[in-house]
Design a protein around this ligand. Structure first.
Ligand code: AMP
Ligand code: ZN
Length: 292
């Protein structure tokens, strides 16, 4: 095979044959263009990058670190130790620490157990709620609160094209159109206490992130994908089938998501939680309900 850009021989194929050098250049240029097109980051801003130790969030942190001088922003990382043995073992934390040390990036660590006073697994059993939904509530709460209290302008996550396609179908089937409206590269703050979220890898696929990590020799956490999250493999299988027939499906799908305008219903207007003061659409926020 020959690279479709420079015609050098290559054994790498991502939709089309591409050499490693050209792949890295195109990947980084794609992220840079997205950041500029949707004004994800402005000059002088402080960005908090949420890293789980997986290929997607570490790709996100690596590419942002490479672009930070060019685009004139600063960044720190945040790792949330959710305290689930299978996915937050010490090795994950060590991998993230090393990643940040190598790049002289400040790493902030928040431990769920210190905030909730209980392990998520125990809470999940007591509340008879799937651990993934509890974990999601807790992570979103901590990420936003930490970013705001520490003066960050934006919160960046490693969500990528595959996540957007999966979220779309899940929420469409559940008629959660408000959530679909948020499948965008930037989710502007709807409340003074909510930090604007950005998804620099919105147009990158998991396959591209894995190639980016591998070519750059970046070590990822051995078990960064939570074992409780296997259910999403069904979607992976479905996406794989579509991919085989239509390799550019995901990228065209997210580009359409970028353009579609869906209205968020009025009643989803945010208030402040009566207990902790964090933004919520209910009287008491989901985190405080869990804690109680
Ligand atoms: P997930 O919901 O596990 O697919 O993760 C989506 C994004 O949330 C990741 O790309 C990270 O940016 C962020 N994230 C997930 N888990 C953690 C964690 N334990 N600590 C910090 N950020 C996380
Ligand atoms: Zn090339």
């Amino acid at each position: 095979m020959r690279c479709f850009v420079c015609k050098k021989p290559t054994d790498l194929k991502i939709i089309r044959p591409i050499c490693k050098d050209c792949f890295i250049k195109l990947y980084e240029r794609k992220v840079e263009r997205l950041i500029k097109k949707f004004e994800l980051i402005k000059k002088g801003e402080r960005i908090l990058v949420a890293v789980s130790g997986g290929k997607d969030s570490l790709s996100c942190a690596h590419v942002l670190n490479k672009l930070k001088h060019l685009l004139g922003f600063t960044m720190e990382c945040l790792y949330i130790d959710v305290g689930i043995l299978t996915c937050t073992n010490e090795r994950t934390e060590r991998v993230i620490k090393k990643f940040c040390e190598d790049r002289k990036l400040k790493l902030n660590v928040v431990r769920v157990k210190d905030l909730l006073g209980k392990k998520l697994e125990k809470l999940s059993k007591e509340r008879r709620r799937p651990i993934c939904s509890i974990c999601g509530v807790v992570k979103r709460y901590i990420m936003n609160k930490f970013a705001r209290e520490n003066g960050f302008d934006k919160l960046a996550t490693g969500h990528c094209a595959d996540d957007m396609v999966r979220f779309f179908f899940k929420n469409w089937l559940g008629k959660k159109f408000d959530w679909i409206a948020k499948l965008k590269p930037i989710i502007p703050s709807e409340h003074p206490k909510i930090v604007t979220r950005i998804r620099p890898l919105f147009e990158c696929t998991e396959e591209e992130n894995l190639a980016y990590i591998t070519i750059n020799n970046i070590m990822i956490a051995p078990c960064s994908r939570c074992s409780y999250f296997l259910r999403r493999d069904k979607w992976n299988e479905i996406l794989k089938l579509i991919d085989d027939k239509k390799p550019d499906f995901k990228i065209n799908f997210v580009k359409s998501l970028e353009e579609v305008e869906l209205k968020i219903k009025e009643e989803s207007k945010l208030k402040e939680c009566k207990k902790c003061g964090e933004p919520t659409s209910e009287e008491i926020c989901a985190f405080c309900k869990l804690k109680k």
